[in-house]
Design a protein around this ligand. Structure first.
Ligand code: PEP
Length: 252
């Protein structure tokens, strides 16, 4: 059975004090929820990973990184490697977020290298991808998503998929308030699952969690999560407020 996941991507938000308060608040608000097969994840900034991990200790909250560099070490000022994340106890990393792709020039080829470096260090990957508005308008969205998956992930052996979570995030829905309809999300998630079945096996397709991301909020979470191929969400803005994030977790 694949896991349900609600993951909060905090981006470049929350100083140290705010990080402590947010983890504390989430911890308190999910304490009594029956989270059987549901993972709750938060992704603070690099500098606050250790603080968040300390605050999340002995709770079910998982603290993950938002990014990493593909090299082991060296002259890459300002970067962090998979080895470094692993050394402080981080187990999961988000790769390929659309902001990394569009603002920091991360290509499919760079992402494939990052994927390899993460897996070599036994890090789980939440791999983000999704089409631009122009792609959807020109009905190219399936081709774009297919090529992002082929170029970033399809070099992997089936066994590596035990450590991959997919996050479909149409770029036009990220931080815009505009959400893909539950039907649009389901349609794309079913397409992705079919690609996994064709490239790999039915088992890989059935056990890989596929999250939806793009303006998920308390008012639309339940309907989106009710779709059969949507296994949860990657949440940006709404993960910064305890009440909203907790409501989204309740929705799942
Ligand atoms: C994101 O950045 O991954 C995201 C989904 O953001 P938002 O929920 O704010 O659209």
């Amino acid at each position: 059975m694949r896991s349900k996941i609600v993951a909060g991507n905090w981006k470049m938000n929350n100083d140290n004090k705010q990080t402590k308060a947010l983890v504390k608040g989430i911890r308190k608000s999910i304490k009594k929820l029956p989270l059987n097969n549901t993972r709750v994840i938060v992704a603070p900034t690099f500098v606050n990973l250790s603080t968040a991990m300390k605050r999340a200790k002995k709770s079910t909250i998982e603290v993950v990184a938002q990014n990493m560099h593909q090299s082991k070490n060296g002259a890459f000022t300002g970067e962090i490697s998979a080895e470094m994340l692993k050394s402080i106890g981080v187990k999961t990393v988000i790769l390929g977020h659309s902001e990394r792709r569009s603002l920091f020039g991360e290509t499919d080829a760079i992402l494939a290298e990052k994927v390899n470096a993460a897996l070599e260090n036994e890090l789980e990957i939440i791999f983000c991808f999704g089409e631009q508005l122009a792609d959807r308008k020109s009905e190219n969205h399936f081709d774009v998503v297919k090529s992002q998956l082929e170029n970033g992930l399809f070099h992997l052996e089936a066994i590596s998929w035990n450590n991959i979570v997919l996050a479909y995030e149409p770029v036009w829905a990220i931080g815009t308030g505009e959400t893909a309809s539950p039907e649009q999300a389901q349609e794309m998630h079913a397409f992705i699952r079919k690609l996994l079945q064709e490239k790999y096996t039915t088992a890989v397709a059935d056990t890989t969690s596929i999250l939806y991301g793009g303006s998920v909020k308390p008012s639309n979470a339940e309907e989106i999560f009710s779709k059969k191929d949507v296994d949860g969400g990657l949440i940006g803005g709404a993960s910064l407020k305890v009440e909203d994030f907790a409501a989204i977790i309740k929705a799942i």
